[in-house]
Design a protein around this ligand. Structure first.
Ligand code: PBG
Length: 334
């Protein structure tokens, strides 16, 4: 028998001894959650003085730039280190090729500039993918019913540049094209953005938990009955996640994302054991919505369950978590 795993025998050893009181439980706790672990995803929309509800994503709103700036004051006050910003693109600006993504004065670039002007020391993370901009709702260029990889990368690398230029601190390709991290890194370096961080959505699964997010950015109608299974990962696989992560590290990713989070804790823990790279986890819209809806039905205590789920994501090995309940949790941590 392996001695290392022999922890003692009942009745001399009683594991409940250490659990008797809060102070002792605190002393032996193995995982902590702090406000420094949180990233707050936010949705920005065109116009002025706008606050819009998103039905499938309770308590999360779309804000126009003027209002989002006020909301971010609260985020800053709570000590949340970074936000992730997603645009709601008007229907009339969506095209088959998603070219609005490359407009230097588009909504996301305008928002980045305004936010960084007012909050220079707040971390700002931006998605790189075409889904808010395409009429078909896919993350890349669609040709003959196929998302074409290399052509998409070309456009994504330009999208990365204009977002970096606008002031985004972290560029987060969420498209799952092969080879995009290397191309984007080279492009950023060549254009003088050597300090721009790349957070690669390395293991992003073709998940059914993204539904409310797609309502929030307005891509669910465009997608219709189609899915993203030819580029996002099959959720039956975990070895493949290791290959995805190792390729992105080789291509120059500074951090990797695992997404969704709670149904994929095995992936987080496997990646943590294998690689020395910061792991971010995205507690996605569907995970959050489930808790919110259960709260509405008086089935669960939302805040306590949210806290428990975030702890489990950290326990699995994540360094930071994208969380729609970041403000609620941050208030509780204070
Ligand atoms: C799109 C993108 C998605 C999310 C973040 N970026 C959805 C998708 O791939 O369709 C999902 C986030 C969430 O569900 O909260 N590139």
């Amino acid at each position: 028998m392996n001695k290392r795993f022999t922890i003692g025998k009942f009745p001399r050893t009683r594991l409940r001894r250490n659990r008797q009181s809060p102070w002792c439980r605190n002393l032996i706790s193995e995982t902590e959650l702090s406000v420094n672990d949180l990233i707050y995803p936010m949705f920005v929309t065109n116009g002025k003085k706008i606050t819009e509800n998103i039905k499938s994503l309770p308590s999360v709103k779309r804000y126009s730039i003027d209002i989002i700036l006020k909301k971010i004051e609260e985020v800053k006050k709570l000590g949340i280190p970074a936000i992730a910003l997603f645009p709601y693109v008007e229907k009339k600006l969506k095209t088959f090729d998603g070219k609005e993504a490359l407009n230097k004065n588009n909504l996301i670039c305008k928002s980045i500039k305004e936010i960084k002007k007012k909050f220079p020391d707040l971390g700002l993370i931006c998605d790189v993918a075409l889904d808010p901009y395409t009429t078909h709702g896919h993350d890349g260029i669609l040709r003959n019913n196929c998302i074409v990889n290399d052509e998409t990368i070309e456009i994504l690398s330009q999208q990365a540049i204009i977002q970096a230029e606008a002031g985004a601190d972290i560029i987060a390709p969420s498209d799952m094209m092969d080879g995009r991290i290397g191309v984007i890194r080279d492009r950023l370096d060549n254009e003088g953005f050597g300090n721009t961080i790349i957070l690669s959505y390395a293991a992003k699964f073709a998940s059914n938990f993204y539904g409310p997010f797609r309502d929030a950015v307005g891509s669910s109608k465009s997608l219709g009955k189609t899915d993203k299974k030819t580029y996002q990962m099959n959720f039956q696989n975990s070895n493949e996640a290791i290959r995805e992560v190792s390729m992105d590290i080789n291509e120059g990713a500074d951090m990797v994302m695992i997404k969704p989070a709670l149904p994929y804790l095995d992936i987080i823990s496997k990646v943590k054991r294998k690689f020395n790279i910061p792991i971010f986890a995205y507690q996605v819209s569907g995970e959050y919505s489930m808790l919110k809806h259960a709260e509405k039905e008086n089935s669960l205590n939302y805040k306590k369950c949210l806290y428990e789920s975030l702890i489990s994501i950290k326990r699995a090995g994540a360094s930071a978590i994208f969380c729609y309940g970041a403000i609620d949790i941050a208030k509780n941590l204070k």
